[in-house]
Ligand binder design. Structure first.
Ligand code: ADP
Length: 232
């Protein structure tokens, strides 16, 4: 039996745009199991970011629930959700969102300090992660001094700094040239495989999607498995 890490059950999400009500998610169900790496492939505007934000407890669904290792998160307070996000969820965006005034190392140390780790321990783990992402030589550089691929590798290291249960990534290589995208994805995949994390990764890159364990898309507000041809 595979162990579910995160489950979405009957998730609904609507937006009001002027007079119009836009339904983005409607009865969306999805389960991500331990050690599983799943690609989320759907056209722009289909609701990938919405789904990732709801699963990552950054947004609340209008109905339905998100269950993280058996714990329903929908009705928890904002503080409780923030604590879960900090400890159990890693998030990587298309743009790195690193703190510009801090070094690569500090960007990975800070979330660990917020979690309550000591500085020495946090720095040791940060260096280990940078080394794993093959970017240890850049530890003291600020984000502006790094290339796009390097920035994303630091952002990935930061996302897993607190050893989360699950990693969500919203087009993490979408802003990179094809060669760099593969290189960054290689590092991301190695990290996920080695740590046994569960990961849901939105991507437009079919080559990368093909390397994941499973592919899903969004249709009529629901998450469905892709069998065969990937959508454009
Ligand atoms: P994707 O990530 O697949 O491009 P999104 O989840 O960003 O899709 O958006 C899905 C749909 O919801 C789009 O039509 C978008 O315009 C709309 N949308 C997203 N966020 C909001 C919001 N905060 N307010 C109104 N509409 C939104």
């Amino acid at each position: 039996m595979t162990e579910p890490v995160i489950e979405l059950k009957g998730v609904e999400r609507h937006y009001v745009q002027g007079q119009r009500k836009l339904t983005v998610l409607s009865g969306a169900d999805f389960t991500l199991s331990k050690g599983e790496m799943v690609a989320l492939v759907a056209p722009s505007g289909a609701g990938k970011s919405t789904l990732l934000h709801i699963a990552g407890l950054l947004e609340r669904p209008d109905a339905g629930d998100v269950i993280l290792r058996g714990r329903a998160c929908g009705r928890l307070s904002d503080d409780e959700r923030t604590a879960i996000r900090r400890n159990d969820i890693g998030f990587v965006y298309q743009f790195h969102h690193l703190l510009p005034e801090f070094s690569a190392l500090e960007n990975i140390v800070i979330p660990q300090l917020i979690r309550g780790l000591g500085e020495k321990e946090a720095a040791a783990r940060a260096l280990q992660l940078l080394d794993y992402m093959k970017i240890a030589k850049r530890a003291e550089h600020r984000p502006a001094e790094l290339s796009g691929g390097e920035q994303q590798r630091v952002a990935i290291a930061r996302a897993v700094a607190n050893a989360p249960l699950v990693l969500f990534a919203d087009e993490p290589t979408g802003n990179l040239d094809p060669g760099t995208a593969i290189y960054v994805f290689d590092a991301l995949e190695a990290l996920v495989r080695q740590s046994g994390l569960a990961a849901l990764i939105a991507t437009h890159n079919h080559e990368l999607a093909a390397r994941m364990d499973r592919r899903v898309t969004l249709a009529d507000g629901k998450v469905i498995d892709i069998n065969g041809q990937l959508p454009a």
